[in-house]
Design a protein around this ligand. Sequence first.
Ligand SMILES: Nc1ncnc2c1ncn2[C@@H]1O[C@H](COP(=O)(O)OP(=O)(O)OP(=O)(O)O)[C@@H](O)[C@H]1O
Length: 477
Amino acid sequence: MDVIIEIHGEKCFINCDGKKDYFLCGNSSGKVCLKLSDILAVKEGTPSSSLVLHYVVQGKGNILRATSCVITGAAEQRLKLRDAVDVILNSFNRPKRLVVFVNPNSGHKKAVNIYHSKVKPLFEQCGILLKAIETERPGQPIELLEVYDLKLMDGLVAIGGDGMFSECMNGLLLRLQKDAGVDYTDPDASLVTSTLPIGIIPAGSGNMLVQHLHGTVDVETAVIKIILGNHLLANAASIHQGRALSSYAGLVLGFGLCGDMMKDCEKFRWLGPKRYEIVPVGTILKRKTIGVETAFIPEESQKIKAVHERHRFVRQMSLPASHGQYGKAMQRLKSTPKLANDRECWLKETGRVYGIDSYVVTLKEKDGILVPHFGDSALHVWMTDKCRFRGHVNQLSLLQQLKPACWDFKFIRQIRCRGYRVRLPSAAYYLDENGEKKLKKPMYINCDGDALKIIYPEFDVRIHQNAVSIFGRVAGC
Ligand SMILES: Nc1ncnc2c1ncn2[C@@H]1O[C@H](COP(=O)(O)OP(=O)(O)OP(=O)(O)O)[C@@H](O)[C@H]1O
């Protein structure tokens, strides 16, 4: 079916029979292809004898831009085109209703302004209904999601930083576990996982997750990715202490030095994003080792290698995913590793370390640089042993620059695992009124950019593969 219309005054034939995945527009200066999947919306123009076609164009690098063209022509032709576009857009699985959590305190405190100036207009142009909630305090998304009617929603959006995404993810995962009666206080429980996607629009200080997802922290690109509706499955890691769940992390868990850095950065929040450049220098200057006993759940039970050299990489067993239904928002994932109970298989390591860091979104080498890998079958964990100050700074700066050589140091021990337990045998503790051991001085974990308190002398981390769905696609995919 060809529709004859005019685009910016030039006569065009638009092929829009929906059988191809593009619009072929022909005019006197040649043919133009517009991918159907790049169309955002078609609207009545002003005057009403025209239509406006909104679509996505690729900018420099990984940036996307929304642009439009005015279409004129006979009313009958315009109607045909509009109907064709509507049919095409309805055939895509794009979100129509979103809950948006806006953190006014993120980064440069511009999230509310970003919402009104860039996010809302673009979503509304594409006919997406929004329920916007400006948060008033930490933890509010978790409280609200506990009771929110999720059946009416096609996704959640966090406007803020990594911490804000993490709160939405925690809220959603906790809600699903509570509704399904999962004992989420058990580190080895099978989690009900979410198919309700979460989007993130960068307004925070670090914005690492958005950078991983889109290869840019451009706001308009992040909004467009949500409108287009593609999503990927990503892992979550749980952290338990004192027989309770402390948090889920979607990005990173850094115990020891990284936790202290985050704790120190929190004290200087008034510095805004600059705090991440200045404060860690002070933290690393006062670095100290911690005595740990660790036990890692290997990636594959049968393939544990007794590798005794310091550079080791133990592989992980993949998690079988199965499907059940819980409303629209969830599927069942049998994430309980049988191995978790088979303590014989756990790989034990002891020593004094500056930190134990885990990447939930793992990094893999591609063309000389580390690139993010969502939904990996294992956690990538590394422990930093006692080392010279210079070497340590060198290693951390290579990591910051995403250089693959960042782990090639004698003082780094790497492990791929499904989870691990950390004991702090030399930390001073007291017995509380229930006879439980508690640390006299709390320690900290960098949990997705927030400082999470460790108050027990033992904690557990587990991976939950493909536990969450995130709007967007990794840059270049
Ligand atoms: N209204 C609020 N006032 C104070 N804190 C809030 C509010 N709403 C949310 N928070 C808390 O702020 C924390 C940090 O927010 P967020 O991650 O959005 O920004 P950021 O720390 O500047 O960025 P990044 O995490 O990327 O470094 C969240 O984990 C959340 O607990």
